[in-house]
Design a protein around this ligand. Structure first.
Ligand code: GRF
Length: 180
């Protein structure tokens, strides 16, 4: 009997193209998993629409309703546990997760980050890479620990930075590798 697919819960804040890549690769069998829940901190996140289009349960959880990140994350954790997820993926999720969140899913939270970590953690990383005059950047999939983009690296891809790159052109080139 085939093993049951890994139940994936995704957190996403944006357009959701990484979520789309994960869903597509689950559908094709390239990822032995199934996205069972999508949660977002942004009401109008494209990721929620993509989830709807694929019939995946999804929910906007408003950070404005909670006094701090811990309370917010407690809510996320409840939803993810209810959905019995085996793995949490941060797919363009633009908030830090709390220590309690990480403790609930030890070594079971993965993030995709648009730089070659440990270079350029945090936000606006394509701009940082350009401003430093880096010749190469890329993306990193890593396990999430309690630091900012510090967890063990799972996979990376290198992307060249071209002389006339802008934040937009570089982000687009990196995003193609993120999807892979
Ligand atoms: C990606 O570059 C991701 O690495 C970063 O934000 C972007 C989100 O893209 N954290 P999308 O929402 O998956 O299209």
């Amino acid at each position: 009997m085939a093993p049951s697919p890994v139940r994936i819960g995704a957190l996403a804040s944006g357009n959701g193209s990484n979520l789309q890549a994960i869903v597509d690769q689950c559908d094709s069998g390239a990822i032995p998993g199934k996205v069972v829940l999508v949660l977002s901190d942004k009401r109008n996140a494209g990721a929620l629409q993509r989830a709807a289009d694929h019939g995946i349960p999804h929910r906007f959880i408003d950070p404005g309703l909670f006094s701090d990140r811990g309370m917010y994350d407690t809510n996320l954790v409840e939803e993810l546990l209810k959905a019995k997820v085996d793995l949490v993926v941060l797919a363009g999720y633009m908030r830090l997760v709390s220590d309690q969140f990480v403790d609930t899913f030890p070594n079971r939270v993965m993030n995709i980050h648009p730089s070659l970590l440990p270079a350029f953690p945090g936000l606006h990383v394509q701009r940082q890479a350009l401003e430093h005059g880096a010749r190469f950047s890329g993306c990193t999939v890593h396990f999430v620990d309690k630091g900012l983009d510090t967890g063990p690296i799972i996979q990376q891809a290198v992307v060249p930075i071209l002389p006339d790159d802008t934040v937009e052109t570089l982000s687009k080139r990196i995003l193609r590798e993120e999807h892979r």
